[in-house]
Design a protein around this ligand. Structure first.
Ligand SMILES: NC(=O)c1ccc[n+]([C@@H]2O[C@H](COP(=O)([O-])OP(=O)(O)OC[C@H]3O[C@@H](n4cnc5c(N)ncnc54)[C@H](OP(=O)(O)O)[C@@H]3O)[C@@H](O)[C@H]2O)c1
Length: 270
């Protein structure tokens, strides 16, 4: 018998390593549904404990927790449009959990307010709300978490969910487009500022994704033309965004810091 073929000498594949995010805490904002829930599920499957942030949908947030692999996940409600709520959120996460090692700024608001159709006061209110939730809140959370990460010597990750709309323009939701463009620019600035502390900062810029936010558009009269924007003829699934977020949260992705990664099915090529 060829000794190389004997059962004693057959080379086996190595045992699977421990979960890549074991021992890490990830704060995922807007994890009650949509892309945030999918990201929470992916990170939890990789071993992370999830701080599940939500705003109004407590029942959906509980359903997210039930769906997560592992244990130790906690729920944290907060209106991210309010600075005091953001401070309270981070304070509660710090007192209940370790880390945070990973911050995913996912929560977002989309509102149609065309410049020439909405009354000026409504337009301004919406513009301010969109900037507040989609840009100022992620910036403030990043600031709060970066302080904690540097004080605790955590080689952290900050992942911002941006949008293709930042590049392509959002004629009916200019506040949304402006906020997401700002979020991409913020990602680059923070990557430079926090790189020396080994905190990597990245953004994902999805095109249309099949969630509550997009449903009225995808299922409305413009649906077919929206889907036709991609040569794949479809919108993204939340899980596809989550798979990219999982990669960016992992050890191997530190050098992707400063990146704004397109995930738009070739519907818009920069
Ligand atoms: N869907 C798309 O086509 C698409 C495309 C590009 C980028 N994105 C971005 O991807 C991210 C997730 O979008 P999604 O499609 O998953 O959205 P979604 O299904 O509408 O969910 C929005 C999430 O944000 C939370 N949220 C909204 N306003 C908030 C506030 N004031 N304070 C705290 N949390 C708030 C919601 O909490 P509650 O449920 O508890 O109220 C919910 O968890 C957003 O940043 C969005 O801009 C989405």
């Amino acid at each position: 018998m060829d000794p190389l073929q004997s059962p004693m000498t057959v080379t086996k594949n190595p045992e699977p390593s421990t979960a890549p995010l074991a021992g890490k805490t990830a704060l995922v904002t807007g994890a009650s549904r949509g892309i945030g829930r999918a990201i929470a599920e992916h990170l939890a499957r990789a071993g992370a404990r999830i701080a599940i942030h939500y705003h109004t949908r407590a029942e959906d947030a509980r359903a997210t927790r039930t769906a997560l692999a592992g244990s130790g996940h906690r729920l944290f409600p907060a209106d991210l449009g309010q600075a005091e709520e953001r401070r309270r959120l981070i304070g509660e996460v710090l007192s209940d959990m370790e880390g945070p090692h990973i911050l995913v700024n996912n929560a977002g608001l989309y509102r149609l307010t065309p410049l020439l159709e909405a009354p000026e006061t409504v337009w301004l209110r919406d513009f301010e709300d969109l900037l507040n939730v989609n840009l100022i809140a992620p910036a403030h959370l990043a600031c709060l978490c970066a302080h904690v990460m540097t004080e605790r010597g955590i080689r952290g990750r900050i992942i911002n969910i941006g949008s293709r709309g930042a590049f392509r323009g959002e004629p009916e939701a200019p506040g949304y487009g402006a906020a997401k463009a700002g979020l991409h620019a913020l990602t680059q600035s923070l990557a430079l500022a926090l790189g020396p502390h080994h905190i990597a900062v990245m953004a994902i810029a999805p095109g249309w994704v099949g969630t509550d936010m997009a449903k009225p558009h995808l299922e409305g009269p413009r649906g077919p033309s929206i889907l036709a924007q991609s040569p794949l003829g479809r919108a993204a699934r939340p899980e596809e965004v989550a798979a990219l977020a999982l990669y960016l949260a992992g050890e191997d992705a530190e050098y992707a810091t400063g990146s704004v990664v397109d995930l738009n099915g070739a519907s818009y090529l920069r």
